[in-house]
Design a protein around this ligand. Structure first.
Ligand code: PRP
Ligand code: ADE
Length: 95
């Protein structure tokens, strides 16, 4: 589980990222994935891609392999999928 900084117990790794309306820090527990583990990232919304890009960076820090990103809604005018390349985004709805 990737969360905003300060919301997870135990040892964590974090990364700063930008949103449409400012900056934030994303965090994941160090033992949440193992090196070499294959992961799929899931979020409700893809806007600029900053949040999922940060999640990909966290997976890179933990040496996990991102197979793709699933989102319910992708706001296509904001080109978030471009920011996530080479990772593939699978949206349920494009708007
Ligand atoms: O592609 P991006 O431009 O990064 O935007 C997408 C993010 O924005 C929303 O979260 P938000 O940061 O607003 O926080 P919330 O989950 O607390 O609503 C949403 O849940 C995504 O995680
Ligand atoms: N453009 C947007 N619309 C709704 N929720 C959002 N969260 C981040 N960007 C958003």
């Amino acid at each position: 589980m990737v969360r905003k900084k300060g919301k997870l117990p135990g040892p964590t790794v974090s990364v700063a990222y930008t949103l449409e309306y400012g900056t934030a820090e994303a965090e994941v527990q160090e033992d949440s994935v193992s090196p070499g583990q294959k992961v799929i990232l899931i979020d409700d919304l893809l806007a600029t891609g900053g949040t999922l890009f940060a999640a990909c960076e966290l997976m890179k820090k933990l040496r996990a392999e991102v197979l793709g990103c699933l989102v319910v809604v992708s706001l296509k005018d904001l080109s978030g999928a471009d920011k996530l390349k080479p990772h593939t985004v699978f949206p349920l709805i494009q708007y």
